[in-house]
Design a binder for this molecule. Structure first.
Ligand code: AMP
Ligand code: MG
Length: 491
């Protein structure tokens, strides 16, 4: 037996179906090696679900892989091309600092993309350096894993390595590479790229590939491309409702940051609401509030319309009829989104069956939260724990009146109070990744090279519905400051 065979296998099982699309869709290119990589975070449980051996993932061989210094057997690195709307303006884009290594075929028979982010320049880098900072890559790790634990479709994070190299942004920053796991990296902007710069055959190849990969059940449909559009709409309607229900603000819903799979992707300047203010914006670049919390459903529909337009040549030979199909499908987005949101809100308030007045009960609470600047998560947490005094609104007459209405509403359903509170516990997280907690973890990791703060944070975020004693400390919002929280993209 050779030395290589005697060593344990990491469990990589790559296929490269994306590379079998026309080469118009990508550029084959290897990551740029880095000088002294160090594994700073590994997601062993995720690795296990992918069929990867933890011991080998901890080894120097795997470090070289996560750093982009070695290409594993079966991988075929490439950068994907895309072109989309950034804050409403159409631009040619593409993976400027990411390399798709290939698709891991998991023991459960799933196919997931393994992508390095921050792994060096590609032909799509434009004037940028192809690198990513340690802080932002750890931030994506924390936020994406927190979203996963909250039950929200998302890309995942397998590993973060620091590169040992620093680069200049506003200040000198240590570099890092994130290994990202995604259902796929096909974006709305991938379709826009095909529509704008490709032939109809190339567009059809992408649509067929997407159908086969994500929506195989649409195979027998009469109009497969309409089925594709409807499925993508359905997944966005679910995803955005989940964002709204948990108070998540993506921050940069440009069409290049929206995945066809319906997963949350590209964690840049995103954050969770503290006080309930629908106008909340976290991105320093979003000066006009385009991607404010309250506008996310509307912007999702805008993005879906851009996606739908790319399908026009495939939807119907008659353009007008194609446009009508799009119009009807987009109208469905709002219907589905609203139904998902309402169902989720009912659960957050322990309501099991529908009554017509439920929506006004829900908006009544949201209005009070907005007026009294109540904390979004902690208001629902207090109601879940049957401690209305912890909402900090209990001394207000109008809140008391709302509370009585809600109690009466619960009293009208057959289920016990205990049942309602269990329903609420299942739908109201005890904790979310609070901005000040995330920043504290990042500062300690990046500046002091102490990862223990981040590890503790990740631990409590892994079970957001546990209501455990350790979570109490992490539930408090930041002290109010005069300066609103902002995060930065392109970081
Ligand atoms: P983002 O704002 O992160 O969604 O990125 C928008 C586009 O800019 C994508 O095409 C990225 O690949 C590209 N990009 C962002 N940062 C860099 C960088 N440091 N180097 C090269 N390309 C980048
Ligand atoms: Mg992006």
């Amino acid at each position: 037996m050779s030395e290589k065979q005697a060593r344990k296998d990491a469990g990589w099982n790559f296929d490269n179906s994306y590379s079998r699309l026309p080469n118009f869709f990508y550029t084959k290119i290897n990551p740029t090696p880095v000088s002294s990589p160090r594994l700073v975070k590994l997601n062993a449980p995720l690795g296990a679900t992918l069929g990867l051996n933890e011991e080998v993932l901890q080894s120097s061989e795997s470090l070289a892989l996560f750093a982009g210094n070695e290409i594993p057997d079966g991988a075929l690195p490439l950068a994907q091309a895309y072109a989309g709307h950034q804050f409403g303006t159409f631009n040619m884009l593409g993976d400027g600092r990411a390399h798709l290594l290939g698709e891991q075929l998991t023991p459960q028979g799933e196919r997931v993309d393994i992508q390095l982010k921050g792994s060096g320049k590609t032909p799509y880098s434009r004037y940028l350096d192809g690198r990513a900072g340690l802080g932002p890559m750890l931030r994506e790790y924390i936020l994406s894993e927190a979203m996963f634990a909250l039950g929200i479709p998302t890309t995942r994070s397998l590993a973060v390595v620091s590169t040992g190299e620093s680069f200049l942004r506003d200040t000198e920053q240590p570099g890092a590479i994130l290994t990202r796991v995604a259902a796929s990296h096909i974006r709305f902007a991938t379709f826009q790229y095909a529509s704008q710069f490709g032939t109809v055959e190339e567009l059809r190849a992408l649509a067929d590939y997407t159908l086969a990969r994500h929506f195989p059940k649409s195979d027998g449909e009469e109009n497969r491309y309409l089925a594709l559009l409807q499925e993508v709409i359905k997944r966005q309607a679910l995803l955005i409702a989940k964002w709204q229900l948990v108070g998540f603000v993506h921050g940069v819903m440009n069409t290049d940051n929206i995945a066809i799979s319906g997963e949350t992707i590209d964690y840049g300047p995103c954050a969770f609401l503290d006080v309930y203010d629908p106008e909340t914006v976290f991105s320093s670049r979003d000066t006009e509030g385009r991607y404010a919390y309250s506008r996310q459903p509307e912007m999702a529909a805008w993005n879906l319309t851009r996606f739908a337009e790319t399908l026009l040549p495939l939807l119907h030979e008659d353009k007008k009829q194609g446009a009508k199909l799009i119009e009807d499908a987009i109208a469905q987005f709002f219907v589905q989104y609203h139904a998902n949101w309402l169902a989720g809100m009912r659960s957050k308030l322990g309501i099991s069956k529908e009554e017509d007045e439920d929506e006004s009960l829900i908006t009544g609470l949201l209005n009070l939260m907005q007026m009294y600047r109540a904390d979004y998560t902690n208001t629902f947490r207090a109601l879940t724990l049957d401690k209305p005094e912890d909402t900090f609104m209990y001394d207000k007459l109008d809140f008391r009146q709302w509370f009585e209405l809600w109690q009466a509403r619960l009293g009208r359903q057959q289920e016990t109070k205990a049942y309602s509170h269990q329903l609420m516990r299942n739908h109201n997280p005890a904790i979310i990744p609070r901005n000040h907690r995330v920043e504290e973890a990042l500062t300690s990791a990046v500046i002091q090279e102490d990862y223990s703060v981040m590890e503790r944070l990740l631990e409590v975020l892994a079970n957001p519905f546990a209501y455990s004693p350790e979570q109490v400390d992490y539930a408090s919002p930041a002290k109010l400051t005069a300066c609103p929280y902002r995060t930065f993209c392109g970081t």
